[in-house]
Design a protein around this ligand. Sequence first.
Ligand code: NDP
Length: 285
Amino acid sequence: MTAELIDGKAIAKKVRAEVKERAAAFAETYGRQPGLEVVLVGEDPASQVYVRNKERASNKVGIRGAAHRLPADASEAAVLELVGKLNADDAVDGILVQLPLPDHIDPNAVVDQIDAAKDVDGLGAVNAGLLVLGRQGLRPCTPFGCMRMLEEIGCDPKGKRAVVVGRSNLVGKPIAHLLLQKHATVTVAHSRTQDLPGVVGQADIVVAAVGVQGLVKGDWIKPGAVVLDVGINRADDGKLYGDVDFEPAAERASHITPVPGGVGPMTIAMLLSNTVDAAYARAAG
Ligand code: NDP
C-alpha cells in the first residue's frame, strides 16, 4: 500500500478533546452545560445502538445528553409535540431525531419542526438552504467530518477537482456544497451517471457515499488522489466494508480512509462539535 491512511479514530478523538474544552468553557461562562436531546422512535436495533453511543459520547465531553424513547406506534403528532417541547426548552441546544422513522411518520415534517438554531444534524430545510447559499449554519455531521479530515491531512480543496459519488440529502449533496465553498470544482455522480470510471478518474478528491460495497475500483483512482470512503456495508462475512475497493485504491491514492475507522467515527464527534457551536450561537443571541 502506498497511500497514507487517514485515521478517523485519531481525528475524532482530537475533535472530542476540543469539544470537551469548549463545553467546559461554556459551562463556566453560562452556568450550565450545553444540552443535546436525541429522539428515538421505535426499537430499530441499529438506531438503539447509535442513540446509546450518542448519549455516552455527549456525557463524556461535558454535554448534558438525554434520549427520549417513543414507541414504534407513536403518532406523528406525538413526535412533533415532543420536538416542540424541546424547541421551547432554553436548556436544550441541540435536537436530533434519529432516522429512519417508522413509515407512518413523515421525516421531513419532523426534521423541519426542529428549531433551525438547534438542528445539530443540519438536515432541516433552513440549514440545508443556508449551506447552499454559502451562509453560516449548522452543517450535516458526516460531510462536515469529511471536510475536517481534509483539513487535518493538509488537503486544501481550492482549485482541485472533486468527485462525489452519491447525491443523498444526508451525505452527497451537502459534501458537494461544502467542497464548492472551499473552491473545489465539484462533480456529483449518481446511479444514472455515464462512464463513472472516467468521471472518478478525473478527481483529485473522491468522496464515495453510495452504499454499494467496493463499487469504486482501484484502477479508477487518479494516482495521488485523496479518497474519502463514507460507505458502510456489512458483508456476508459479518465485516464492514466501504464503497471503495480498498487495497487496489490504496495503491494509487495519496491518502485514503479505511472502513471501519475512517469517516465513521467522525460523525458523532462532529455532532458534539455542532452542539457546542449551537450552544454558543444561541447564548450570543
Ligand atoms: P442513499 O442510499 O441515500 O444514497 C445513495 C446514493 O448513491 C444515491 O444518490 C444513488 O444514486 C447513488 N448510487 C447508488 N448506486 C449507484 C451506482 N451504482 N453508481 C453510482 N451511484 C450510485 O445513501 P446515503 O447517502 O444515506 O449513504 C451512503 C453510504 O454512506 C451508505 O453506505 C451509508 O451506510 C453510509 N453512511 C455512513 C455514515 C457515516 O457515519 N460514515 C453516515 C451516513 C451514511 P441515485 O440518487 O441516482 O439513486
